[in-house]
Design a protein around this ligand. Structure first.
Ligand code: SAH
Ligand code: SF4
Ligand code: F3S
Length: 466
C-alpha cells in the first residue's frame, strides 16, 4: 500500500535540487509563469508547482513575457482542451528564440499520453521536458538538469503516478481551497481519458487530509473542496479501508465556520452511509454534483457507467430527503456513439424530472486510446450540436424557473469580490455555487454575508445585502 507514496529519500533528493537551483539563480530576479488548463485537480497541481518554483527562488509572474521559466499544465478531456494547450505551447516558441536560457516545461494530462509526448519531443524542439501527472515532485530535478544542459526529458514511465505528501501549495485564494483526497481513477468510462493520464486510484491518508483541513479552518478558509475523480470510492486502497462517510464524520468534528464541497462523485459508489454523513455534517454545503452523463440505460451501459437511471434517481431522492432545497448539478454528454434520438429524449426527460439547478453539457469528443474512440455509429457533428442546443434550451428554462423561486428569500453567500463590469457591484456564491450579485459600498470579499434576493435570471440572482 505504501508503494503509492513517494519515499522520504526521494523527497530529500528533490529538496537538494531545490537548494542548488536557489543558489544558481540567487539575486538574478528570475521569474516563473504557470498557466493552467482543465479541472480543479489541475488547479490544485498548479498551486503545488507554483510553490515548488517559489522555493527554488523564482518569483511567480502573471506576465509570460517576463518569465525565465514557463510551465503549461495541460488538460486532455476534450479535443478543444488539447488544441488550446498546443497553441499556448506554440506561442512560447518565440520566447525561447529570443532567449535560449528560458526553460519550457509541459505537464498535466495531455502530456501524460505517449503520442503527445512523442509529438512534443519531435515537433516542439524548444520544449525542455514533459512531466507526468503523478511525478510533479520531480520538477526541481528536471529544472536543474535543463539548466545544466542535460538532454531534453520525455519519459512515458512517469505515467505510473505516486502521492507526494509535504508539498505545501501556494494557494491562489485566502478563503477558498482545494484539498485532494484521492488521485487517479479506476472507472474507465469508455469515453474518458482520465484513467489513462492520471493512473489508478490512490487515496491520501485520512490523517494527512484532516490536518490540512484543520490548518485551513484555523487560518479562516471558508470554502474547502474535497477533490478526486470519484470521491465516493475514497479509502478503498488504504489500511483499514476508511470510507468517504468516515472522512466526512471526522471533518464534522473540526471547528470553524467553513463549508465543504465534494468534487466529483460517481453514482455507482454513492452509498447510504455517505448520504447520511452529508446530512449530519454541519460543514457540508447544501449542494451535490452528481454526474448523470445520459438518461438512457443503453447509453449508460455502453459508457460503462455501471448504474441505471432508476438507481440514479434513488440517490437523487435520498439527497432530497436530506434537504428539499438542496442545489443539484450534473454533467451530461451529448452525441455519445450510437445515441439515438430516443436515447437523447430520455436524457431530456430525466433533466425535466430531476430539475437540476444547472447542468454542464459536453459534446462527445472522441479521445484516442479510449474504447469510445473506435465505436461505430459516431454521431455527426451537426446532430451533436443540435442536441447540445436543445438540451441547453430545456435546462435554461428550468434554471430560470428555479431561480425565480429565490425572489424574496434571504440567503447566505460567500463574497468573491468586485464584479468586473460594475464598480459598486459585488459577486458572490451561494452554498450551491449560484452566482449572486449585490450592490455594496464595503468590501466583504472572502466573508459570508446575507443577501435578500430581489431579482433573478437564468444564470444569476441579484439582491440586497442585509
Ligand atoms: N470524474 C468525474 C468527471 C471528470 S471529467 C466524474 O466521473 O464525474 C468531467 C466531465 O467531462 C465528465 O463528467 C464528462 O461529462 C465530461 N467528459 C469526459 N470525457 C469526455 C469526452 N470524451 N467528451 C465529452 N465530454 C467528456
Ligand atoms: Fe472519467 Fe469516469 Fe473516471 Fe470520471 S469516473 S474520471 S468520467 S473514467
Ligand atoms: Fe482535464 Fe486532466 Fe482534469 S484531463 S479535466 S485536467 S483530470
Amino acid at each position: 500500500m505504501d508503494n503509492n507514496f513517494v519515499s522520504i529519500n526521494e523527497i530529500e533528493k528533490q529538496s537538494k535540487f531545490t537548494s542548488q537551483i536557489r543558489a544558481l539563480i540567487q539575486g538574478k530576479g528570475y521569474r516563473a509563469f504557470v498557466i493552467t488548463l482543465g479541472c480543479q485537480q489541475n488547479e490544485a497541481d498548479s498551486e503545488k508547482i507554483a510553490s515548488m518554483l517559489k522555493k527554488m527562488g523564482y518569483e511567480i509572474t502573471l506576465d509570460e513575457r517576463e518569465a525565465h521559466i514557463l510551465i503549461v499544465n495541460t488538460c486532455a478531456i476534450r479535443e478543444h482542451a488539447e488544441k488550446r494547450a498546443l497553441s499556448i505551447i506554440g506561442r512560447f516558441k518565440h520566447y525561447k528564440a529570443k532567449n535560449p536560457d528560458i526553460i519550457i516545461g509541459v505537464c498535466g494530462c495531455m502530456s501524460a499520453q505517449e503520442h503527445r509526448i512523442n509529438q512534443l519531443k519531435h515537433s516542439y524542439h524548444y520544449v525542455d521536458f514533459t512531466l507526468g501527472t503523478g511525478a510533479l515532485h520531480r520538477l526541481p530535478e528536471l529544472i536543474f538538469n535543463s539548466m545544466n544542459g542535460a538532454k531534453r526529458h520525455f519519459d512515458i514511465d512517469e505515467i505510473k503516478p505516486k502521492i507526494a505528501e509535504g508539498i505545501e501549495p501556494l494557494r491562489q485564494s485566502d478563503y477558498k481551497a482545494w484539498v485532494s483526497i484521492m488521485y487517479g481513477c479506476d472507472n474507465f468510462c469508455t469515453y474518458c481519458i482520465v484513467p489513462y493520464v492520471r493512473g489508478r486510484e490512490r487515496s491520501r491518508k485520512m490523517e494527512d487530509i484532516l490536518s490540512e483541513i484543520k490548518d485551513l479552518a484555523g487560518r479562516g478558509y471558508k470554502d474547502i473542496t474535497l477533490l478526486g475523480q470519484n470521491v465516493n470510492s475514497y479509502g478503498k486502497d488504504l489500511k483499514g479501508t476508511p470510507t468517504i462517510a468516515d472522512l466526512l464524520d471526522e471533518i464534522a468534528k473540526i471547528d470553524g465556520d467553513f463549508m465543504i464541497h465534494l468534487m466529483t462523485s460517481h453514482p455507482k459508489d454513492a452509498s447510504k452511509q455517505m448520504i447520511r454523513a452529508l446530512k449530519e455534517n454541519p460543514h457540508c454545503a447544501n449542494h451535490f454534483h452528481l454526474p448523470l452523463q445520459s438518461g438512457s440505460d443503453e447509453v449508460l451501459n455502453r459508457m460503462n457507467r455501471r448504474y441505471t437511471t432508476e438507481r440514479y434517481l434513488e440517490i437523487i431522492n435520498g439527497l432530497r430527503e436530506n434537504s428539499d432545497d438542496i442545489t443539484l448539478t450534473t454533467d451530461i454528454i451529448v452525441g455519445f456513439p450510437g445515441e439515438s434520438e430516443k436515447d437523447f429524449e430520455k436524457t431530456l426527460d430525466i433533466i425535466k424530472k430531476v430539475r437540476y439547478d444547472s447542468i454542464f453539457t459536453f459534446i462527445f469528443s472522441p479521445r484516442k486510446g479510449t474504447p469510445a474512440y473506435q465505436m461505430e455509429d459516431q454521431i455527426p457533428e451537426e446532430i451533436k450540436h443540435q442536441r447540445y442546443e436543445r438540451l441547453c434550451e430545456v435546462q435554461n428554462e428550468i434554471s430560470k424557473e428555479i431561480n425565480e423561486g429565490y425572489i424574496g428569500r434571504t440567503i447566505r453567500v460567500l463574497v468573491d469580490g468586485k464584479s468586473k463590469n460594475n464598480e459598486n457591484v459585488y459577486t458572490s456564491r451561494t452554498e450551491g455555487n449560484k452566482i449572486v450579485h449585490f450592490e455594496c459600498d464595503k468590501d466583504y470579499t472572502g466573508k459570508f454575508i446575507n443577501v435578500k434576493i430581489t431579482r433573478t435570471d437564468t444564470f444569476a440572482l441579484y439582491g440586497e445585502i442585509i
